[in-house]
Design a protein around this ligand. Structure first.
Ligand code: R1P
Ligand code: URA
Length: 240
């Protein structure tokens, strides 16, 4: 039994879609055939089922890298070889506002967890095949799709220390979220592949406390679109 997810490794397939929100995991699970909920322990809700004949798990990892890392590590210990994060993110550009999709090609390690795992200069990079499958599948849907470098932070709300959003943006990053760096570093360390797609829910460098509202139809529609994209990507990846 995986001690924290509370899942029996024998029940896990080799593909997994992961997301922060346990409710999103349940939404994704409703798109699967022969679905079973294996566990709901802490923030980690685990379903297994089939999409177009491909067996996959859908698991929530909560908010923030340390908790998400526990989920990724246990899934990999349980036999998962392909992990796709289906998340939300803040945008750095009016070219991709709320409702857009972003496929992460690499992540800035602006968080703490990965610095306890690998040396400072080690890159957090997505798997090429997963990234390609996600991007191609996303382009088949209606709406804006971008691919590029994303930033993984620990702090969601700001304090008195300035987060260098302007520098990240000037250096080429396109969106901000919280767990992709951990996912890509852990995948590299453990010899599995990982990718990520994000629904944009606002602007990252605004005062989030005042303006952040991820509960809009535009964001809901983008989340639905990224879920369908990720499922089609899983099917494509499993078919080659
Ligand atoms: O929508 P999820 O997958 O949770 O992703 C983003 O949303 C959470 C913050 O609201 C963080 O987990 C961040 O990475
Ligand atoms: O981490 C996150 C997630 C969604 N939107 C943001 O601005 N930041």
């Amino acid at each position: 039994m995986l001690p924290i997810l509370q899942v029996n490794p024998e029940d896990l397939p080799t593909y997994a879609i992961v997301c922060g929100d346990p409710r999103r995991a349940e939404v994704i699970s409703r798109k699967l055939a022969n679905v079973r909920e294996l566990a709901f322990a802490r923030e980690y809700r685990t379903f297994v089922g089939e999409y177009d004949g491909v067996q996959l798990a859908v698991v929530s990892h909560g908010v923030g890298s340390p908790g998400a890392a526990v989920c990724f590590e246990e899934l990999i210990r349980g036999g998962v070889k392909t992990l796709i994060r289906v998340g939300t993110a803040g945008s750095y550009s009016a070219d991709h506002p709320a409702g857009s999709l972003v496929v992460s090609t690499a992540a800035v390690r602006a968080e703490g967890l990965t610095h306890q795992l690998v040396p400072a200069g080690f890159p957090a990079v997505a798997d090429f095949e997963i990234t390609e499958a996600l991007y191609v599948a996303a382009l088949e849907s209606e709406g804006i799709v971008k691919k590029g470098i994303t930033v993984s932070l620990d702090a969601f709300f700001t304090g008195v220390v300035e987060v260098p959003h302007r520098q990240f943006k000037q250096a080429g990053a396109i969106a901000v979220e919280m767990e992709i760096a951990a996912l890509f570093i852990i995948a590299s360390l453990r010899g599995v592949r990982a990718g990520a797609i994000l629904a944009i829910d606002g602007y990252a460098d605004s005062d989030l406390a005042d303006v952040y509202d991820p509960h809009t139809d535009v964001v809901d529609h983008a989340v639905e679109r990224e879920i369908n994209t990720a499922l089609r990507a899983v099917f494509k990846l499993a078919s080659v």
